[in-house]
Ligand binder design. Structure first.
Ligand code: C5P
Length: 224
């Protein structure tokens, strides 16, 4: 049994990959399944929070009592996130946003040219969604980011925490087998300016519940 103790809290969560079109039939993406973000959304909704789930393209069912906003590219996700951010108390950026997108989207399917064994795709930087939200000067939500690292986890995670102006960052060591992308389980280490806490290996379902509890604790601590 879980109490519906978060009924006065609004939480926006981004989840899944983004899809960056190259031409009408091709795109760039990554291996994010969206499972972690969906588990967090489910855990928050079960405790009665009002949850907006800003989702990239994933193969997951929408959790009960969650309002889902479907997006495709990082630019679309950025727009949806900025629309939601100022009327939510907490923003959790779980999405694996593509850092770059093709500079141009070809309007017709790109053709192979005979005799050419190479092609160059020019990429431009995508907006940093979580940094845009954390940079709001009015109605800024408590902002939580993720960091997938393969080495020096604390150093890189704390670097992102301060550079992106986040309130909390959830780091996972993606070099460990069976964790992170596409897996059903994960282990996280949370860092905030004055402290840290390890959440050991557990199912994403279980971790989603623990994570919501920790985020709510830090959110409330910051209110005071
Ligand atoms: O810098 P890095 O991509 O490792 O940061 C990861 C965090 O930043 C995650 O919370 C991710 O959702 C967020 N992010 C974002 N927009 C981007 C890139 C990352 O919101 N363009």
């Amino acid at each position: 049994f879980q109490p519906a103790d978060l009924s006065n809290i609004k939480i926006a969560i981004t989840a899944g990959p983004t899809r960056e079109s190259i031409d009408p039939v091709r795109y760039l993406t990554n291996h994010s399944s969206g499972k972690m973000g969906y588990a967090i959304a489910e855990a928050a909704a079960k405790r009665g929070a009002h949850v907006t789930l800003i989702s990239g393209p994933v193969n997951l069912a929408t959790p009960a009592n969650v309002e889902r906003v479907d997006t495709d590219s990082a630019e679309q996700m950025h727009q949806a996130a900025m629309d939601a951010a100022t009327n939510h108390d907490i923003f959790i950026s779980c999405a694996a946003v593509a850092d770059f997108r093709p500079a141009e989207i070809a309007t017709q399917k790109m053709k192979k040219k005979s005799g050419e064994d190479e092609m160059v795709l020019r990429l431009v930087k995508n907006p940093d969604i979580v940094a845009s939200v954390a940079g709001l000067t009015e109605q800024r939500p408590f902002t939580v980011g993720f960091a997938a690292e393969t080495q020096d986890v604390e150093q890189y995670a704390r670097g992102k925490l301060s550079r992106k102006n986040l309130d909390l960052i959830c780091a996972n060591d993606v070099s460990q087998q069976g964790l992170g992308f596409n897996s059903d389980s994960n282990a996280l280490h949370l860092y905030w300016p004055e402290g840290d806490k390890a959440l050991p290996l557990a199912s994403k379902h279980e971790l989603g519940q623990q994570l919501i509890s920790e985020i709510i604790d830090q959110f409330k601590a910051k209110q005071h």
